[in-house]
Design a protein around this ligand. Sequence first.
Ligand code: GLN
Ligand code: MG
Ligand code: MG
Ligand code: MG
Length: 442
Amino acid sequence: PSYTKEDVLRLLEENDVKFIRLQFTDIFGSLKNVAITRSQAQKALDNQCMFDGSSIEGFVRIEESDMYLRPDLDTFCILPWHHQHGHIARLICDVYKPDGTPFEGDPRYLLRKTLQEAADMGYRFNVGPECEFFLFNTDEYGHPTTNTYDAAGYFDMGPSDVGESCRRDICLTLEDMGFEIEASHHECAVAQHEIDFKYSEALSAADNILTFKMVVKSAADSHGLCATFMPKPLFGQAGSGMHTNMSLFKDGKNAFYDPDSPNGLSRIAYNFIAGILKHIQGMCAITNPLVNSYKRLVPGYEAPCYIAWTESNRSALIRVPASRGMGTRVELRSPDPACNPYLELAVLLAAGLEGIREDLMPPASVSANIYDMTEEDRVVNGIENLPSTLREAVILMKADPFMKETLGDHVYEKYTEAKEKEWNEYSTRVSQWEIEKYLNKF
Ligand code: GLN
Ligand code: MG
Ligand code: MG
Ligand code: MG
């Protein structure tokens, strides 16, 4: 919906809203918020709401920490829970500097900027994500665990109900908030679920992903469960992906569709795929941001690890689902739900636009199952690998100048620095696996 300031003030009044959450994200996509009471609403809507950005990860130095929040009125929404003392509303905000210019470290701004480039070329970017997640038990203190009754299948009936009714609650809550839920189902792994909501223009798709995660976490909590978007919580089980379905529209028509081409795909669609393939290694640290992300990208669990595209095969990195006409789209299967969706969509779109500008063409699509190929076959077919660790991903990100250009110096520097630190922290730990393997043997 599209709201004016007056609409928002009226809705606050009509719905007896007592509290407003002004939301934004840090560069890693963690949702932050400043809460205000309704008495401050006018001030917030006049973009006068200030906060100290100095302790937000990836934001600013102490000397220049004053930041202004500018609520995006179209994101106004009443949170359909905590009804005891009046309602709570939220507004997603853009972050501005005191001089009135957008803050370069605001991921939402980076996506807006890239969307503007697309708009200048006549394109609107539509995105439909498929978020997977796990619902685990909490322990006696309410802390998260990786335990689930859903596990063995012995106690299927009763306990798997816990996950099911939580999933139903999530869907209904999201519908109350204006989401159109297209499908929800139990995923391959134990305790794993997927909920798909309708595609939308990329900025609102990214906003929706954050709202989605917030609702999933909060519904799980009220069912005494914990929800996690960690990409690979269980060894030996499938991990959680966030397949990202993308299309470009021009003049109200799907620019990826060409009824005259043999397979219904336009040259623009090929260009877009080629642009993404060109930068897929460089952007992996964004689409798959954690040490743990790379434990998902291994053979055997329906997650991609080779760089190829296909019109049929589900194992590939990029798949073109069968639907044509307005539904023509490209599905990227590598991203996981731990990524920052604003940065993810900004780099994907920028890569696709580069493909269009430079008229890049992808290699032939692969119809064989790449996982059945030998390494030799793959080399012969020119099929490369995705990075296999966060360390490799950061090295590849730094090796691709496109990444710094797209993210801007601020986010690029803070992001790579933080990810290098994360890797170093991890790599010096002694793991349980090492103890089991080596302690007794050597
Ligand atoms: N969970 C798989 C992944 O890691 C995807 C499974 C599916 O949706 N087909 O991407
Ligand atoms: Mg799916
Ligand atoms: Mg799935
Ligand atoms: Mg899918």
